[in-house]
Design a protein around this ligand. Sequence first.
Ligand code: ADP
Ligand code: ADP
Length: 232
Amino acid sequence: QPILETRHLRYRYEHSESWALDDVCFRAPKGKITGLIGPNGAGKSTLFLNLNGVLTPTEGEVLLDGEKVSYTRAGLREMRRRVGIVFQDPDDQLFSADVYRDISFGAVNLGLPQDEVRRRVEDAMQRTGVYELRQRPTHALSYGQKKRVAIAGVLVMQPDVIVLDEPTAGLDPKGVSDIMKLLCDMRDQMGITIIAATHDIDIVPLYCDYAYLLKEGRLLMDGTPDEIFARP
Ligand code: ADP
Ligand code: ADP
């Protein structure tokens, strides 16, 4: 059973004539890295935002661990705790004075005891390699460092799934492999399911267990990297 699934999902933005997503049946296998690949305008960001309840499907449904997501306050709170999202631009999710506080924000918000918050933040900082940056003001970090801090801030929630929009955009080749290896570690060591929406099909053979190709709001094909690249 997939951990996160959409069934015949359709999404239309307000005042738009066309479907940004049309009949999308997407299944993210548990504990794997799934690539969601497509050119600009394919609908990746729209699907990304439907996978954690930021957007509500116009038609169709989203299932988390086999259960239909309910778009109530409680249902959305549960979904946002279990499905972490990492935006393309880290400045969209980092707004505290320093790295430590940025990473702890979600855990503090959950109302966890201080000791538990500290334990989770330290663990997340170690895993993402930002421990040395913990006292730095977030705005003074490089783009790649900010991306790591954003991922650490999601890890403290101990999510089942992390969905990332364009995790490799704007990074040099070393930055790309560092981020993708970090995602592989999270899969291997923590069992977290990773969904990476990207126009960068090159990550598929290197890092993905499975991939979906999206174009003009529709899914074109899905498969393992071998299956995807075997086809003409
Ligand atoms: P991608 O992330 O693959 O580039 P998007 O999900 O951003 O694709 O866009 C899918 C389609 O939805 C595009 O046609 C885009 O122009 C449209 N779209 C995206 N955001 C909005 C919006 N806020 N309002 C209206 N249309 C939008
Ligand atoms: P991405 O590929 O990361 O979605 P885009 O350039 O497609 O980047 O979109 C950048 C921002 O503009 C996003 O917030 C998206 O929702 C919004 N957007 C994209 N297309 C439209 C559109 N046709 N109308 C309004 N907003 C849009």
